[in-house]
Ligand binder design. Structure first.
Ligand code: HEC
Ligand code: HEC
Length: 287
């Protein structure tokens, strides 16, 4: 998304220079009209931006700010900071890195909340309320006027979990260097962990697989698959879509399950195997 923003700036400069001010003002009006009439489509429900405004003021503006800039009155005391909706950059997406999320993605985020942050779960809203809120959130960023959401990534059916798959997942974890940030045991203590910052220059910790935390963007096997294949935009957590085949991605999901503290089939198998954490000095290291 940084590329898209960077490209649009010189273009904008040319438009401003080439046209008299009146037409620039018209363009701005057209842009405003497009944004205030923003819709969202979630299943059979259509959301309308204007209809989401009052719920937003009541429930969201205290953190995200009236103008959606993330500067609500509570923001100074929060870490991580509330999202700045004017940027149009989102962590939880089913769509490839750098692209806009789908309306459905945002509606699910609102219902789920974001673990390890002050963003609560809003599971009492109706589908219509969430759809209207999504449309209102979209109206804050010009990205939704000029771009369409990305195409959701394909997640192939989950294969049966086997000891071999968990061992293979361990090799993938070593090869693509998840451990550099997440640590060899997944405890958020890799060599790069202490230096990580988000795109706005704020310190950010990698996810700790071993302390019982839930991933912010969902905790099912499919969610975990999606997280590392789409990346968390705005953070150092990259997309591995170009580095992993679907089969390898599933192996990795199984290995991550074995690192997590919750009881799971993967964890039981790993214990039975006596699977050790990777040794980065010895390649993958002894099993
Ligand atoms: C108490 C503060 C607070 C309130 C109230 C709040 N949020 Fe948030 N919200 C946050 C924080 C903090 C984040 C960023 C969390 C993170 O980055 O891990 C966030 C992030 C988000 C995101 C971005 C998710 C992503 O994928 O990046 C959306 C969408 C969102 N909030 C919607 C809402 C809506 C809609 C409401 C009102 C119904 C709301 N929030 C109310 C604190 C709040
Ligand atoms: C450059 C550092 C870095 C690398 C490499 C990295 N991650 Fe992350 N990862 C992060 C950070 C930082 C977060 C936390 C983002 C947040 O809290 O918003 C994260 C979060 C996660 C999460 C939780 C996401 C959520 O929804 O809360 C998962 C799962 C994850 N990473 C898996 C992986 C896997 C698997 C790999 C290797 C294929 C990997 N990461 C490589 C930095 C990294």
């Amino acid at each position: 998304m940084r590329i898209a923003l960077g490209n649009s700036l010189p273009l904008l400069a040319i438009v401003v220079m080439a046209f008299p001010f009146a037409s620039v003002a018209q363009q701005t009006n057209a842009d405003f009209n497009a944004r205030i009439r923003m819709e969202s489509h979630i299943g059979t429900v259509t959301g309308h931006a204007k209809a989401g405004q009052s719920d937003y003021r009541r429930y969201c503006a205290g953190c995200h700010g009236d103008r959606g800039d993330g500067m609500g009155e509570n923001a100074p005391w929060l870490d991580p900071k509330p999202r700045d909706f004017q940027l149009g950059i989102f962590k939880c997406r089913s769509t490839p890195t750098g692209t806009l999320p789908t309306d459905q993605d945002m509606s699910e985020t609102i219902a789920r909340g974001l673990d390890r942050s002050n963003m609560p779960r809003w599971n009492t809203f109706t589908g219509q309320q969430k759809a209207d809120l999504v449309a209102w959130i979209k109206h804050f960023s010009p990205r939704w006027v000029s771009e369409k959401p990305g195409t959701p990534i394909q997640i192939p059916p989950e294969p049966a979990i086997t000891a071999d798959r968990i061992k293979d997942g361990r090799e993938v974890f070593a090869r693509v260097q998840c451990w550099k940030c997440h640590g060899v045991t997944g405890e958020a203590n890799g060599p790069s962990a202490a230096t990580l910052q988000d795109d706005l220059g704020r310190p950010i910790a990698p996810f700790n697989f071993a302390d019982g935390s839930s991933p912010k963007c969902g905790s099912s096997d499919q969610d975990v698959y999606r997280i590392f294949m789409t990346g968390l935009d705005g953070t150092p957590m990259p997309s591995f879509a170009d580095n992993l085949k679907p089969d390898e991605a599933w192996d990795l999901v199984f290995y991550l399950r074995a690192l997590m503290s919750e009881p799971s089939k993967a964890k039981a198998i790993a214990r039975q195997l006596g699977l050790k954490s990777i040794d980065t000095n010895a390649g993958v290291g002894p099993q």
